[in-house]
Every structure is written in C-alpha cells, then in structure tokens.
Design a protein around this ligand. Structure first.
Ligand code: PHE
Length: 366
C-alpha cells in the first residue's frame, strides 16, 4: 500500500509538471495503460483473500480516480494554454492599411451616371430604363418621325436584318428618347424621370464612337414651360460641375419630337491641356461644347404616348454622358473610353468607395 502511495505521488507530480499533451499521454499509459502500475495493482486483487480485497479494492480504485482526474485537469489546462497561444499568434491588426494589390476601378461613365442619378433624385426625378434593341415605332414613329421623315437619315441607324413580330424593323436605339414614349405609355402624366443608357450610331472618329451614352430627361405636368427647362438644366450643370459660374448657351434648333427645340452648349476654356468649364470671359482660349438637345415635348408625341396635350405640357432633354464626363474629368479622346486599357482605367477610374452623394460631393476626383 505504501508503495502505491509513493507511486501515486510521483505520478501526480509528473502530471503537474507535464508541459505537453505527449508528456501527459506518457503518464497516462504508465499509470492507467494495460501494463500501467494502477492496472497491475488492480490485477493483484484476484489473488487476495476476500478480507484483504475488501480493504485493498477501494484504496486502489481511489488512486485510479485521483490519477484520472489529475490527467483530465492537466489536459484541459494544456489545451486552454495552446488555444491562447494560437489566438495570440493569429492576431490581425485591422487598423493596418490594406496591402497594395491590383484593383479594379469604376469607369468614369458609370461614375457620371451615378452622379446624374444623385443630382436628379434630389430634384424629384426617378430613373427609368428601356431596351437597347428597340423597334422602329418607339425609336422614330412615336417621336414624330414617320417612315419618310428626313430626320431618320440623320441618325446612321444600325438595323437588324429580321423584321419584328409586328412587321416593323428592329434596330439598336439611336437615342434614349424612346424611353420617353415607353414611360409615358406605362405611367401616364404627371411624370418626372431621367433615363441614362447606351445608344448606337454608325459613326466613328475622335469625338464619335458607334456606341455612346446619353441621359434623357422628361418632365410632363400641368403648366410646364421653357423656363422650367432652362432652370433645370442650369441647376443640374451647376451641381454636376460643382461651380456657380457655368455659362450655358441655349440655341434655337430643330428636333421632330420637341417644339420649340433648343440646343444646349456649355462654355469651356483650356487650362493647360485640360478642358475646364465655366470661369471664363470672352478672352481667347474659350469655346462652346454642344452637350445635347432639348425642348418642349411636341403635342404629337404626347398624343402618341397617350397623354392629353391640352391638359399636360412637358419638356425633354438628351445629353451626351461621355461628353460631360470628358469635360468634368479632362479626357480629350472619346475612343479611349471604350478601349478597356487598364492604364487608362487606373488613371481615370474611380474607387468603389467614391460614391457620389450630395452631402459628400458629387465631384470626386480620380
Ligand atoms: N434625342 C435627341 C438626340 O439624340 C436629343 C434630344 C432629346 C432632343 C430630348 C430633344 C429632346 O439627338
């Protein structure tokens, strides 16, 4: 029995001193394993007399329980220590700047579309969309250009070879104006929307690409007049270019779907090799850039879209998004917009964190 007590003490000491799970396992095998000293002691019970056994059995079982408990406790402690160490070694400092990795960017056209939506939302305009594959009726006829209208020829239209189910021609929309028709037919009047998107014309040089972007604007309500159009354009451009000294020039013009029609130019000057709008007098180095067309919606267009022209009037405008992007962010070749060159995108693109908001500014610089 005394031998058992000293063995027990030695084992408990060794367990307490164990610094690894392996060392602990060694102690377990030496004590409780098949040939461990506790197991051997238990085997001796068989050769004892009943009286001896009565006394020895509980003592040996008590030693066994003590050793097993000590092993469990030490094991739990060692595992907790290991976890602590692992957590300490895997700490991440979230305040460190992210490593410099190649990253994508937001294309200036996308950025400007977000800026447009932000500014016009503040003026109560919703954002509408329409199909890029359009039919003849929405793109032309409903906009007061019937089949023989000469203005159709101005649009360098891409036509599809197959006719639409209703017999009309399908085409790539040449402007965003068909969204006026679709929206009025869907929602009726009053209505206040912008419709940004891609448009297509068979045309290509430094300032024209076969695909480009427009934003359509449409307001239809009672008592709308040209003054509302002028105020809206001026308010928009001041917010967009983030300066008060914007000079707009409205020129009489012609579109079949507006009457009267007004072309919108903005004054700009060259500062260095950048085009900068506003802030110039009549000195040299300043010029006008045409940004789009506008006017009062033609009565015939309201009628064809199901709106009563005796009750409602409207104004509409169509602006070239790529052009206003070039003016704001200083690019001078439109074709580079669509080359997908990562160097151009890295230079002119925007961070995804650069969300245009009226509170933080819609004029983030790349
Ligand atoms: N749709 C015309 C174009 O692309 C622009 C425009 C829109 C003019 C709305 C007047 C009113 O040339």
């Amino acid at each position: 029995m005394t031998e058992l007590t000293s063995q027990e003490q030695a084992t408990l000491d060794a367990i307490a001193a164990a610094t690894s799970l392996d060392a602990l396992e060694e102690q377990r095998v030496a004590a409780l394993g098949k040939k461990g000293w506790v197991s051997l002691a238990l085997k001796t019970l068989g050769q004892m007399s009943p009286d001896e056994r009565k006394e020895a059995a509980p003592a040996i079982q008590a030693v066994r329980a003590k050793v097993a408990d000590a092993l469990d406790a030490r094991k739990a402690a060692l595992e907790a220590e290991a976890l602590e160490a692992q957590l300490a070694s895997e700490t991440i400092d979230l305040t460190l700047p992210a490593p410099d990795m190649p990253k994508g960017s937001i294309h200036p056209v996308s950025q400007v579309m977000d800026e447009l939506a932000e500014i016009f939302a503040d003026l109560g305009f919703a954002v509408a969309t329409g199909p890029e594959i359009e039919d003849d009726w929405h793109n032309f006829t409903a906009l007061n250009m019937d089949e023989n209208h000469p203005a159709r020829a101005m649009h360098d239209t891409f036509y599809f070879p197959d006719a639409a189910p209703d017999g009309g021609q399908m085409l790539l929309r040449t402007h965003t104006s068909p969204v006026q028709i679709r929206s009025m037919k869907d929602q009726g009047a009053p209505i206040r929307l912008i419709a940004p998107g891609r448009v297509y014309r068979s045309d290509s040089d430094a300032t024209h690409t076969p695909m480009f972007h427009q934003v359509e604007g449409l307001v239809v309500d009672k008592g709308i007049h040209l003054g509302h159009l002028k105020w809206t354009l001026e308010t928009f451009f001041k917010a967009f270019f983030e300066r008060e000294d914007i000079v707009l020039r409205l020129r009489p013009s012609y579109f079949p779907f507006t009457e009267p029609s007004v072309e919108v130019d903005v004054g700009y000057s060259n500062e260095g090799d950048r085009r900068v709008v506003g802030g110039h007098g009549d000195d040299d180095g300043h010029d006008w850039m045409e940004l789009g067309g506008s006017g009062m919606v033609n009565r015939r267009v309201l009628e064809m879209a199901g709106v009563d022209p005796d009750e409602f009037q409207g104004f509409a405008f169509g602006l070239g998004i790529d052009r206003i992007a070039m003016l704001k962010y200083g690019m001078n070749d439109l074709r580079a917009f669509f080359d997908g060159d990562p160097r151009w995108l890295a230079h002119y693109g925007f961070s995804p964190y650069d969300q245009p908001t009226l509170s933080a500014g819609v004029g983030a610089r790349p």
